[in-house]
Design a protein around this ligand. Sequence first.
Ligand SMILES: [Zn+2]
Length: 465
Amino acid sequence: MLAFLRGVVFYSFDAFKLEPRGDEDIGSPASTPFALHGTVLTPDTVVPDAYVVVQGQYIADVTTSRPAGMPIVEASGLILPGLVNAHDHPPYNIFPELSFGQTFPNRYAWQSHPAYIAFRERFSALQSQGLMCEMWKYAEVRSLLAGSTAQQGAYPTDYWACYAHPRILVRNPERINPALRTEVFPMRLSEVEREAIRRRVASSAYTRVIIHLSEGTDDASLAEFTTWQSWRLLPASVIIHGIPYGPAEFQAMRSAGASLVWSPRSNLRLYGATLDPRPALALGLQVSLAPDWTLTGSYDILRELNTTEALNRERFAGAITASTLVQMVTTHPAGQLGLDGRLGRITPGYLADIAVIAGAPGDPYSAVVSARAQDVQLVLIGGEAVYGREALLTMLYGPDAGEPITVCGERRRIRVALDAPNIPKSEQTLADITARLQEAEPALLPLDPCRAYRVNLPAVVRLVQ
Ligand SMILES: [Zn+2]
């Protein structure tokens, strides 16, 4: 029985179609509440010895008094918002790092490199074997293992139905926020297309325009900023990269209401350089941290945090606080994806997208930025535990909860398969998906983070000013 159904209405040839944007649009009768007990990072504040009450898809309460009449899950760790990944290319993330053996002046210079061309051929071969659903889901599982609950990078295609469904693995912001517009190659937009974007931003049909811009260290990369500005498209822009930017560009972005997504590891691998985010943060610009892809970036968002913390110590004298780094993977990206008010905080009324990470409560922010995927204890999406320690999953759902997965020698459980005949391939287990991909791709990146992780920082670390 449904309490309500809401969503986006499409009208065509005298027929109406209502498409829910996520589980929150499908009102089901309230389910039994439960509470997580641990140290809560909201993330602006730390609440020790607290209980997060989850009711249905939402956080109902955050309290220091033990709630009565509901199961208490002893999370034994830090309870924080599920990490929000503001920039990724998920289906590529089944491949390990590419070896270019050189750095480049800008993003256009490596598109013709033999290593990239060889990768594209392998990717296309998997696509032509009909494995895109499996690739998307495998990549989303990798995100979940790192405590991430939302991942940017989805786009409407025939595959969209099988992975970008609110009941399948991580949230796909593009599916739940129709006001997001994404352009990977914005310099190629025609004036007609640019005018259409300007009109839609003016009418709030688009509230965020997510673009790859200035990905390089040369003058041409910096000139992309002035070009975009001269096209009167800076307002509402979420700029991914912006490597050669300094205080002047950050100030212009702040004034226009734009924001920045930073992917330092990928920048360092490809260009031997990245930006200094300190002036941007000092201006109050929203800056989020995201891995970009496994081909040159970190293998997951926690690893990107580890890398950035090392860079912060080595190059910025530790000036970026651990709590700011945590905001850069929670509140900032949620805002940049237009999902503030719903995601990125542990507060009543927000969706119960929650990660529990093992760590000492004495210095919780530092514990999060130095956490590895094996420290992730539990991940909830919309109030449902999707992945976590076997004891927690079986306590919540019984001994048949999901399927087993070994992470760094520890038994975990994950819920991938669904009994949902209307969602293509939803019956596939993670074991099915992994077997199909292993058969098709000998170089498949292992799921187990302990097998996949490697030293992150490249030898050359240079800042662009
Ligand atoms: Zn990218």
